[in-house]
Design a protein around this ligand. Structure first.
Ligand code: MN
Ligand code: MN
Length: 267
């Protein structure tokens, strides 16, 4: 039976506006395991079967170690068994050290990045580790062969320069029509920023950007992926901004659909 690994990365050190995403992993887990929701993915996988998830717990950050080194080490360890891994953020900055570990295991790799924001600033407020910059670092270090960004609706001229520089494939929110498909031919990493969704569906984020995606759209895209989904992150859920745990529930739903497709695509 295919097991899916989980790892909590409660770090929001590099959030530019609000803290809170560090509190997310525990709340997403609670929704994931809640009797109030189905344990089946829509793709037909029972996620409540014993041994389906191997939860590696949360990384404990301390002032003695560089958090980037800790994240890279913990992700590398979680990947050792060869099972797909879902990381629960945390803000989006964590995707950079996650990718350092993921890339070592995959010579061919495509990132499907779903977000309201491109997160590809060269630096922001003087911080190269800002949660607005992880994909600049990832592309500089060649941690993926392709970067597909979907759902964007905050693009400026600097971002467009960066897209050109790094060869990013961009599908802005206004072009996310019903029949959108991704032509992915290698193992894939999904980076799921919860603020890609419209704030009506997911108010619990630090940067609410109207005009967003629906959970239905994103779930349908996840279901179209036919290459192995080797790892993923779910980031930027901010419980301090949530209403009635609505966003925690959406994050857990996306987790289940990604996990279900991990089981199917990794055989
Ligand atoms: Mn983001
Ligand atoms: Mn975002």
């Amino acid at each position: 039976m295919r097991t899916v690994s989980l790892l909590g990365i409660p770090n929001d050190d590099n959030s530019s506006l609000l803290k809170g995403p560090a509190e997310a992993p525990a709340l997403i887990r609670r929704e994931l395991h809640s009797d109030g929701h189905t344990s089946w993915s829509e793709s037909g996988v029972d996620l409540s079967v014993a041994g389906r998830f191997e939860d590696h717990g949360d990384i404990q950050f301390d002032s003695a170690s560089d958090p980037w080194d800790l994240i890279e080490q913990h992700v590398a360890r979680a990947l050792e068994a060869g099972n797909p891994l879902i990381c629960l953020g945390g803000d989006h900055a964590i995707t950079h050290p996650i990718m350092r570990a993921v890339r070592r295991r995959h010579a061919k790799l495509c990132i499907l990045h779903i977000d309201a924001h491109p997160d590809i600033y060269h630096a922001y407020q003087g911080n190269p580790r800002s949660h607005t910059s992880p994909f600049a670092r990832i592309m500089e270090e060649r941690l993926a062969d392709r970067l597909i960004q979907v759902g964007l609706r905050t693009v400026n001229d600097h971002h467009r320069d960066q897209f050109k520089r790094f060869g990013v494939e961009v599908i802005e929110a206004g072009r996310c029509g019903e029949n959108l498909r991704f032509d992915i031919t290698t193992p894939v990493y999904i980076s799921m920023d919860i603020d890609a969704l419209d704030p009506a569906f997911a108010p619990g984020v630090s940067h609410r950007e109207p005009g967003g995606l629906s959970p239905r759209q994103v779930i349908d895209w996840i279901h179209t992926i036919d290459q192995p989904i080797v790892a993923a992150d779910i980031v930027e859920y901010n419980p301090r901004c949530d209403i009635s745990n609505l966003t925690a529930g959406v994050a857990a739903k996306l987790l289940k659909e990604i996990a279900g497709m991990m089981v199917k695509t990794n055989g």
